[in-house]
Design a protein around this ligand. Structure first.
Ligand code: GLC
Length: 525
């Protein structure tokens, strides 16, 4: 095979001194409501997570990212925070959180928490104070504006769900407040230094409790031009939260980076930069002085097609490489249909797991993808999310019992399809399961310097097959992913280390890649 893309700088071998932990880590997202319930109310909680840490250590992930567990009225299931420095009683207590961090650290698992700085809940005392009147000392903590001359919203920004304006009128004061998401999620005004201080204190609060980093919600929306200029008419009705970018955000990120860098243990921040252009995502890494990592969502939205994926990989390398920025890869999360559902078959989801865990960059897993879970079918009367994301938030089945390891038969959302087979205990007992495929891939990733930090170069391959090599020093692996449902001839010779369908592992590659199959191969010299 011939190289068709330039190799990018080779990192030093895995675990060698100087490689930050977040470059070699695989990060596992836990949506606390849906992970495991210890309390019996059908809603997952922190003690439930603690009870299953051994499973995550067995699986082989390196860090957990916890979606919000803070005090919240739950209008957006915790992304509407009413107290950033306390645990909602639904999920437990601060003591439970401390126990979780210790128990995770004892098992070598780092803990990343979600920080939601763009907006608070409308029940947050800061907003209650701010809306109390135009002369409130906290009025300027949020984004208040007079109505437009016609009495309508101050600009043309569109809210994230529903297609209406991103503004809510407060009849008492006659002004509108900005809220890019729900009316219950007013945007903070990050141009106000008191807001920065208060929110940076939140970061310190969690660092002092021992967290290893933050996933930053909607981070690209923090900096705002006080003039709040209209969006271009041709982009309406795209939600403003998917369009917003402003140079003021970079100054905030640099300040935050300095705060984190002053702490021991290399705390990391990964930003949700929800801009569907990798070039704009890359800007949020700064010159190595802003985000450590940023989610890049265009690959999540790209179809399961070889050429589309090759473009995404080339694009990520071309945009991030020159900045020395480290890529991330994610296929599923709590905001999108699971990739098992999007791609349609288990065989494709297995091939996608091989891709996700062998690309150059930090992979993020979403709890349940390692079981091959599909989205739940949620009947209309049980839908609860304003953004129609209930399906991917279905509870995790832990075993084949009728309650699947939950204390109640009917948790807050219905089970995902086939919980009798697709559950942790059943899959743990079956070496051919998706769960074991993830475990083998994670083990291989930890064994191989090439997979962890090595350079990535695309290789020439037959139609419908994506081929790339990963190289670090004398460690060289080739990955082949068949995006088609037909077998494809392959000229690489070598030993199969991991196969998406488990076929032929430990044996020589047969000259053919099976339909929908993906393999990690140690090539013959
Ligand atoms: C982010 C979160 C999403 C939430 C939104 C508003 O996009 O991932 O779940 O609804 O921000 O906080």
């Amino acid at each position: 095979m011939r190289l068709i893309a330039t190799a990018y700088p080779v990192e030093s071998a895995v675990m060698s001194g100087g490689t930050p932990w977040w470059k070699t880590a695989v990060i596992y997202q836990v949506y606390p409501r849906s992970f495991a319930d210890s309390g019996g109310d059908g809603i997952g909680d922190l003690p439930g997570i603690i009870a299953h840490l051994d499973h995550l250590a067995w699986l082989g992930v390196d860090a957990l990212w916890l979606s919000p567990f803070y005090r919240s009225p739950m209008a957006d299931f915790g992304y509407d925070v009413a107290d950033y420095c306390d645990v909602d009683p639904l999920f437990g207590s601060l003591a439970d959180f401390d126990d979780l961090v210790s128990a995770a650290h004892e098992r070598g698992l780092r803990v990343i928490v979600d920080w939601v700085p763009n907006h608070t809940s409308d029940q947050h005392p800061w907003f209650v104070e701010s809306r109390s009147g135009r002369d409130s000392p906290k009025r300027d903590w949020y984004v208040w504006r007079d109505p437009a001359p016609d009495g309508g919203p101050p600009n043309n920004w569109v809210e994230t769900w529903g297609g209406g304006p991103a503004w809510t009128l407060d009849p008492a004061s006659g002004q509108y407040y900005l809220r890019l998401f729900l009316p219950a999620q007013p945007d903070l005004n990050w141009q106000n230094p008191e807001v920065r201080h208060a929110m940076f204190d939140v970061v310190r609060f969690w660092l002092d409790r021992g967290v290893d980093g933050f996933r930053i919600d909607v981070v690209h929306a923090l900096g705002k031009d006080p003039a709040l200029p209209d969006d271009p008419a041709e982009l309406i009705p795209i939600p403003h939260s998917a369009l917003h970018h402003d140079p003021r955000t970079h100054a905030i990120l640099r300040e935050l980076r300095q705060l984190l860098d002053a702490y021991p243990g290399e705390p990391m921040m990964v930003g949700e930069v929800y801009l569907l252009d990798t070039h704009l995502v890359a800007e949020h890494y700064g010159d190595g002085d802003e985000l450590h990592l940023a989610f890049n969502f265009p690959p999540l939205y790209c179809p399961w097609e070889r050429d589309a994926w090759r473009d995404q990989i080339e694009r990520a390398e071309a945009e991030l490489g020159p900045r020395g920025a480290w890529p991330t890869w994610v296929l599923s999360n709590h905001d999108n249909r699971r990739h098992r559902t999007r791609y349609g078959t288990e065989a494709r989801a297995r091939a996608a797991a091989v891709l996700l865990l062998t690309l150059r960059g930090t992979p993020f897993l979403y709890a349940g993808e390692e079981l091959g879970l599909e989205d739940a079918e949620v009947p209309a009367e049980r839908r609860v999310d304003p953004g129609d994301r209930d399906g991917c938030r279905a509870p995790l089945p832990w075993n084949a019992d009728p309650r699947h390891g939950w204390p109640v038969a009917d948790p807050w959302l219905p089970w995902p399809p086939h919980p009798d087979e697709l559950n942790v205990a059943t899959e743990q007992a079956d070496p051919g399961s998706m769960l074991h495929l993830y475990r083998r891939l994670l083990a291989e990733r930890h064994r191989s310097a090439a997979l962890a930090t090595g350079a990535c170069a695309l290789l020439e391959a037959p139609p419908g097959v994506l081929a790339y090599e990963r190289v670090a020093d004398d460690d060289r692996l080739v990955v082949l992913v068949n995006f088609t449902d037909q077998a494809r001839p392959i000229r690489v010779t070598g030993t199969v280390l991991v196969a998406s369908d488990g076929q032929g592992e430990g044996l020589g590659l047969s000259g053919e890649l099976g339909a929908d199959q993906a393999v990690v191969v140690r090539p013959d010299r």
